[in-house]
Design a protein around this ligand. Structure first.
Ligand code: ADP
Ligand code: MG
Length: 644
């Protein structure tokens, strides 16, 4: 679609919305969501973005800005006509940009939002309505209150203007707009209000909403109470981050955060500081109070707004590493050069130094927050701990700082509140390692038989159930000289740690002769499935468990890595047996007597399969498993009753 040729006078071209947009619109129009106010925020935020874009462009291209009054957004109420008009003197859109921007969905956040909706069938549809509130859904939110939307726009520095019209029902039309009817540059969004929207054609209400949701945008907002009336300024458009902290209320911060993040929650942590020293810059950063939906989307990046002396350079500057991608922030620098390209600004060594300073400060503030508000930090860690832990393997330089921030659920604390410092302070006598168990299901790993011997000795075990744990724990060198070791990997050298009073564990003495014979027979029977059968030190109540051999990788890690595309050879496990378990003792006795070889063979396989089930796996061969189980149960049922 070319916009350069002179378009025919009244030609109006119909276009179909991209399928995703049509779905989103359907949702907007039929939304039962009661808080429709957000369309105001979305339209003002787009208008402010457009002004900031032009402010930047005008540095390199003098003459682009035609008005001398400065940038402003005007909201006009036309109550008799049932219309609202959002006008800006920003950059405007060319024909091509118009079609690209208002007919498709580009933002990854919006796409994630739509996916969430379509995954969860019908009963989720109503929840979808709530999600709208949580999400920045942009321009299309206008259709929550309008039966028809007209966009009139002229790109700065061009001599053509366009009108875009839609009733939000699958199609929109674009036609040329005579220049005399168009703004000098910028965009007018005209809403023809629907039944639900009529209540917004009221200046008082609109003013309140603008204060509430857009009081902190970086461009002033004027309200025109009725067409032809004098505009009155209702938001100053001063950059919030440049104001003194003492003049900023918590509500100001929250509003600003919501506009920045496109979320509707309260920020969990707000950090605002001015760096003075080698480099001068101001940072206003927020940790959201809720998880954004696209937190784990591969395309999700740390979104930071970068300003140079109040001029917005880019909306998504690469300021923070991936493991801080949940932080939303604005950075305004006095030192960066303004008159070079965006790329050159971001490649400059000054920017690198600023980034480093910001990461350090945010880590420091997270640490302070953890100390001053443990409950708040617990929630923050639940939301974003899995992301922060990515830093443990991506950024070895920050590992120590991140170890201090990390919180773990353990065999002693089901909530993720234990620090590695706590863990090391509570080491048992002769305990030389930090023990962990990894797996996908936190409930199941907490009840693993492999933990029994550790519990009986009072040894705390970290319960690692985030997929990212498999990655960092592999490369972690240890904490305060204590290596990380898996309880399901290799021999558990814990026999020197005293058993707690009243607890029993599998004996660490060599097994009795008949048990040793039984183990040898089991090893022969199960040879295809396992690497070894040996007497265990890590069991207490259970008869058996599976562990990884010394030379292999932890089995659960192996599995998690395989799921994430790092399939290596899955090694055969070792079957560990509790030699003093009554069932094992009885089987050993029976086997030594020479009777019932077939029963013992069935039992060997059943014990093996039971250990698999305890790990959350299916029996190795389910048909064989049920045949064996039936045989053994039949025998047990047919055994003579006592006294017969
Ligand atoms: P987002 O603002 O997150 O990109 P929106 O749905 O709010 O998503 O807007 C889509 C796009 O439409 C914007 O990125 C911008 O390119 C364009 N747009 C919307 N409103 C305006 C406006 N007032 N002036 C210029 N461009 C606009
Ligand atoms: Mg927007």
């Amino acid at each position: 679609m070319s916009s350069t040729e002179n378009p025919g006078a009244q030609a109006s071209t119909p276009h179909a919305f991209q399928a995703d947009v049509a779905r989103l619109l359907h949702l907007m129009v039929h939304s039962i969501y009661s808080d429709r106010d957000i369309f105001v925020r979305e339209l003002i935020s787009n208008a402010a973005d457009a002004c900031e874009k032009l402010r930047y462009e005008a540095i390199a291209h003098a003459g682009l800005v035609e008005t001398s009054e400065g940038f402003a957004i005007q909201v006009t109420v036309d109550a008799p006509g049932n219309r609202l008009i959002f006008a800006d003197n920003g950059i405007g859109m060319s024909h091509e940009e118009l079609i690209g921007a208002l007919g498709t969905i580009a933002s990854s956040g919006t796409r994630a939002f739509l996916e969430k909706l379509s995954n969860g069938e019908n009963e989720e549809q109503s929840k979808g309505a709530d999600l709208i509130g949580q999400f920045g859904i942009g321009f299309y939110s206008a259709f929550m209150v309008a039966e028809k939307v007209v966009v009139e726009t002229r790109k700065a520095g061009t001599s053509e203007a366009w009108s875009w019209v839609s009733e939000g029902k699958g199609v929109y039309e674009v036609s040329p707009l005579p220049l005399e009817a168009a703004p000098a540059h910028g965009t007018r969004v005209i809403l023809h209000l629907n039944e639900a929207g009529k209540a917004y054609a009221e200046p008082g209400r609109l003013e309140r909403i603008i204060h509430e949701h857009s009081g902190a945008v970086a461009v002033p907002v004027d309200l025109i109470e009725t067409e032809g009336a004098e505009p009155s300024r209702i938001a100053e458009g001063s950059a919030l981050w440049m104001r003194a902290k003492s003049e900023i209320t918590p509500d100001d911060y929250t509003d600003f955060y919501r506009g920045l993040a496109g979320q509707f929650d309260e920020p969990a942590l707000t950090v605002h500081w001015r760096a003075e020293g080698r480099h001068e810059y101001t940072v206003l950063a927020f940790v959201p109070g809720a998880r954004p939906l696209d937190l784990f989307e591969p395309a999700r990046k740390g979104r930071g707004k970068l300003y140079v002396r109040r001029v917005l350079i880019t909306q998504d500057a690469d300021i923070l590493p991936g493991w801080l991608r949940f932080v939303r922030l604005v950075v305004d620098s006095n030192d960066l050069p303004l008159n070079v390209s965006r790329e050159m600004i971001q490649d400059s060594p000054i920017f690198a130094a600023i980034r480093k300073g910001i990461v350090n400060r945010i880590l420091q503030e997270l640490g302070k927050f953890a100390e001053s508000d443990p409950e708040g930090y617990k929630k923050l860690w639940r939301n974003f701990g899995a992301v922060l832990k990515e830093g443990l393997y991506e950024d070895p330089e920050r590992r120590d700082a991140l170890y201090k921030l990390a919180r773990f659920a353990t065999s002693k604390e089901s909530e993720p509140v234990r620090t590695l410092g706590d863990y090391v302070a509570d080491l048992r006598p002769n305990q030389t390692a930090i023990w962990y168990i990894a797996g996908e299901d936190p409930k199941r790993i907490a009840t693993s038989p492999q933990l029994e011997g550790f519990r009986a000795r009072g040894i705390e075990v970290l319960l690692l159930s985030d997929p990212v744990d498999a990655f960092w724990v592999e490369t972690a060198v240890g904490y305060e000289g204590k290596p990380f070791k898996s309880v399901t990997h290799g021999a558990a050298d814990i026999k020197l740690v005293p058993v707690l009073e009243g607890e029993k564990v599998a004996s660490s003495e060599p097994p009795a002769a008949d048990v040793a014979t039984l183990l040898a027979f089991m090893k022969e029977t199960l040879a295809d499935s396992i690497e070894d059968v040996r007497a265990s030190e890590r069991l207490a109540e259970s008869a058996a468990c599976l562990v990884a051999p010394e030379h292999g990788r932890d089995r659960r890690l192996e599995r998690i890595l395989a799921e994430h595309g790092n399939a290596g050879l899955i090694s055969k496990p070792v079957l560990e047996i509790n030699p003093v378990h009554p069932m094992i003792a009885a089987l050993a006795h029976r086997f030594a007597s020479g009777a019932d070889r077939a029963l013992v063979e069935d039992a060997a396989w059943l014990i093996h399969d039971e250990a698999r089930v305890a790990d959350g796996d299916a029996p190795a061969d389910s048909a064989a498993f049920s045949a064996r189980l039936t045989r053994v149960l039949t025998r047990a049922a047919q055994a003579p009753l006592a006294g017969e």
